[in-house]
Ligand binder design. Structure first.
Ligand code: GLN
Length: 222
């Protein structure tokens, strides 16, 4: 295996373009938790034109972005569809936040009516609604416990295959995926998509679940 046993390799997809409202804090928290356990971490920014073999990494992170950045990233991202699909299907851990979450789905219809093609790995789509941006504090219940965070998005996400995907959480406060369904984010195998900034992983129940999954996968590989 390419991964060293005591080093956790993280790929931060388009770190320079997709990083809204403190999303890089998610990586800092993971780094802190791994150091406490005696691991080192390396974080590679996989940006425009960079190569990616997802299996070189223990964890993939894809942060949020504005519509313009998303439209640029979405084009470049298609080069990685195969490796990302295989990685996700092989049950390796990934976290997508807001714009990064949206791009794992089929498409994102923007305010200007432009259809940004997503990776189409997971069956959901997102539609921009200009009249009601979803901004504010969120609180929801996940299978790992309660999460408190912050959301700021106009995209409304809807699942196209509800049998295949799980919701990440059930809303107590705020909107989550859309104003109609009372659900936050998505879980498929070990991939989580979420609208939560703040960063999300200040919720150590979720952060530790991700850490445990990363370490469990590493053990299998060793
Ligand atoms: N541009 C997207 C939206 O408004 C995502 C925003 C974000 O990632 N913060 O829905």
């Amino acid at each position: 295996m390419t991964n060293e046993v005591n080093n956790i390799k993280i790929a931060y997809l388009y770190e320079d373009l997709m990083n809204t409202y403190g999303d890089s804090g998610d990586i800092k928290i993971l780094d802190y938790l791994f150091k406490q356990k005696g691991f080192t971490t390396t974080v590679d920014n996989i940006s425009l034109d960079d190569e990616l073999n997802a299996f070189d990494y223990d964890f993939l992170f894809f942060g949020g972005g504005q519509d313009f950045e998303q439209s640029v990233v979405a084009v470049d991202l298609q080069r990685h569809k195969k490796t990302l699909t295989e990685y996700i299907e092989a049950d390796h851990p990934m976290l997508g936040i807001c714009g990064g979450y949206q791009l794992l789905g089929e498409y994102y219809l923007t305010s200007g009516g432009e259809k940004i093609q997503g990776l189409d790995i997971l069956p959901f789509h997102t539609i921009f609604k200009a009249d009601s941006r979803m901004i504010g504090d969120t609180k929801y219940e996940t299978k790992w416990g309660t999460v408190v965070a912050f959301e700021n998005h106009s995209g409304r996400t809807y699942f196209d295959d509800k049998d295949k995907l799980d919701y990440f959480g059930k809303m107590i406060e705020g909107y989550g995926n859309n104003p109609d369904e009372g659900h936050e984010g998505m879980v498929y195998k070990s991939t989580i998509g979420s609208y939560s900034h703040g960063p999300l992983l200040k919720n150590l129940n979720v952060a530790n679940a991700i850490v445990d999954k990363i370490l469990a996968n590493k053990k299998v590989q060793a």
